[in-house]
Design a protein around this ligand. Structure first.
Ligand code: G16
Length: 544
């Protein structure tokens, strides 16, 4: 084989964040930048000879170029079987599904998730292990170390591979297998959910469904599942063609960015069931007619109703949520008599719990929900889970949530994002608050007294690894909680995330707007941390 050894120098800042390395496309286009990171992955894995690797991405700008580079490097590093989604596409959950199904050494997933795409926008890369999940912190730290020591990478001098033609071809001695990106994943969904019952619902002319793929990777998956397999009316999936720049949009399924869906669901003649997913298909937002379902409530409702879904009929081993996620699912776990784990932000923290059989369902406030059917959060899976429950209960989604609140109480939740703020000011704000955490208990801010405050750290119960500095938590005397942390997924400046939650059991107070119910906590957080002062902003950029 004609392997080319190319001398290289380390680049600053190749430390993976919450979910892999995310940077501007222009940064990835710097000669050697992508190559260094990919070689650092391979160096961390050790001997790759004779192994198989999955490669795919969300189709954003630079996806195809990066895949050709990675294919050449993978073969030069000894991989002998490369499984690639047709057109270079694989949603993040589908990549996880394929890694597990074909028992490969792992996969390289190319995505910057919900961040915009295009020549001046974002790109990302992460390694998923042989369990199909994002590399653990131990592995991502090792990749970062390798990136600081790198002095060369290996590649081939070869022509591009045809990514559009299904089937096998050869690159030097290795087999390149271009697969249908949708089939394996859609089959798995069909095995988990009650498709005949869901099909009867979506074929009913009185039931109107809309899935907004936001011009991102899930379009072909959603068309196959909703329209072809379940029989929803053609056109039920909107913005279904993946585009390199997501049609100029911001493929983040929330009330701000999924405005087209929100308008349909909240209009004069609303649809019955609406949903959207993000750039790489792992996030989801579900809506009923005129009704937004918060992701924290969504996780709790799925856990409480899992027995209605064929794939989960035998019960749940346990559940988990990221720390900033509201405690709604904890209440369900208590009633079901199962364990509930609280992990740091980042899907990688759920992997060990799932591999050890400790949890079946897990989720995050950041529009992520998933189960042990694979090792990524899974947008379409969550939407199908909801549709299965709606079909089984024969009730609108809004009624299912309201019934849930009546039974368990409501955990009001909101996240305020201050995006693109000055990094130094953001770091100073967090550091200043952290320094005074011990002095806060007993002090009153905007009428609320702090009962306890800490910086969250997590000991993984499976491998005993410890992750510190995972967010500052303030617990108040009204039972409310405020969490503050800096995002680990941005590509420019800093993003401050402030999370609020408050439990309410009074049946008369379950229907308030979240911002009203949380107003006291919002004022207290500003007073204690000086959010407006440090960010220079009067209001958050995004409220979810
Ligand atoms: C990633 C992670 C999630 C995390 C989210 C937000 O999601 O996989 O676990 O909750 O980022 O992280 P942060 O608050 O640090 O920005 P995605 O959908 O962007 O891959």
């Amino acid at each position: 084989m004609n392997v080319l050894r190319v001398e290289s120098q380390p680049f600053e800042g190749q430390k993976p964040g919450t979910s892999g390395l995310r940077k501007k496309v222009r940064v990835f286009e710097t000669p050697g930048y992508l190559e260094n990171f990919v070689q650092s992955i391979f160096n961390t894995l050790g001997d790759c000879s004779g192994q198989a690797l999955v490669i795919g991405g969300d189709g954003r700008y630079y996806n195809r170029v990066a895949i050709q580079t990675i294919l050449r490097m993978a073969v030069a590093n000894g991989f002998t079987r490369l499984i690639v989604g047709q057109g270079g596409l694989l949603s993040t959950p589908a990549a996880s599904c394929v890694i597990r199904k074909y028992a490969t050494r792992g996969g390289i997933v190319l995505s910057a998730s919900h961040n915009p795409g295009g020549p001046d926008e974002d790109f990302g890369i992460k390694f998923n292990g042989d369990n199909g999940g994002p590399a653990t912190e131990g592995v991502t730290d090792a990749i970062w170390q390798a990136s600081k020591e790198i002095d060369h990478y290996l590649t081939l001098e070869s022509l591009d591979v045809d990514l559009d033609r299904l089937g096998e071809s050869r690159l030097e001695g290795a087999v390149i297998e271009v697969i249908d990106p949708v089939a394996d994943y859609a089959d798995q969904m069909e095995a988990l959910f009650d498709f005949p019952k869901m099909s009867a619902l979506v074929r009913n002319p009185k039931f109107r469904l809309c899935f907004d793929a936001m011009h991102a990777v899930t379009g072909p998956y959603a068309r196959e599942i909703f329209e072809n397999r379940l029989g929803a009316r053609p056109g039920s999936v909107v913005n279904a063609d993946p585009k390199e720049d997501f049609g100029g949009g911001h493929p983040d399924p929330n009330m701000v960015h999924a405005h087209e869906l929100v308008a349909l669901m909240n209009g004069d003649d609303p649809m019955d069931f609406g949903a959207a997913s993000d750039g790489d298909g792992d996030r989801n937002m579900v809506m009923g007619s005129g009704f937004y379902i918060n992701p924290c409530d969504s996780l709790a409702v799925l856990a409480a109703n899992a027995h209605l879904v064929p794939g989960y009929r035998d019960g749940l081993a346990g559940v988990a949520r990221s720390m900033p996620t509201s405690r709604a699912v904890d209440r369900v776990a208590r009633e079901l008599g199962i364990d509930c784990y609280e992990t740091p932000t980042g899907w990688k923290f759920f992997g060990n719990l799932m591999d050890a059989g400790r949890i079946t369902l897990c989720g995050e406030e950041s529009f992520g929900t998933g189960s042990d059917h694979l090792r990524e959060k899974d947008g379409l899976w969550a939407v199908l889970f909801w549709l299965n429950i709606v079909a089984e209960e024969a009730k609108p989604a809004s009624e299912i949530v309201r019934d849930h609140w009546q039974r368990f109480g409501r955990d009001y939740f909101s996240r305020h994002d201050f995006e693109g703020i000055d990094s130094d000011a953001a770091t100073r704000m967090i550091a200043t608050l952290e320094e005074k955490l011990d002095t806060l208990p007993g002090q009153t801010f905007a009428g609320l007294t702090v009962e306890s405050a800490d910086s969250f750290s997590y000991r993984d119960p499976v491998d005993d690894s410890v992750s510190t500095g995972q967010g500052l938590r303030l617990f108040f005397n009204n039972g409310g909680r405020v969490v503050m942390r800096l995002s680990g997924t941005g590509t420019s400046g800093a993003a401050l995330r402030v999370y609020y939650d408050l439990y309410q059991v009074d049946p008369a107070l379950l229907g308030q707007p979240a911002q009203v119910a949380l107003a006291g906590l919002i004022d207290a957080a500003d007073e204690v941390a000086g959010i407006r002062k440090y960010t220079g902003r009067e209001a958050p950029d995004v409220i979810t």
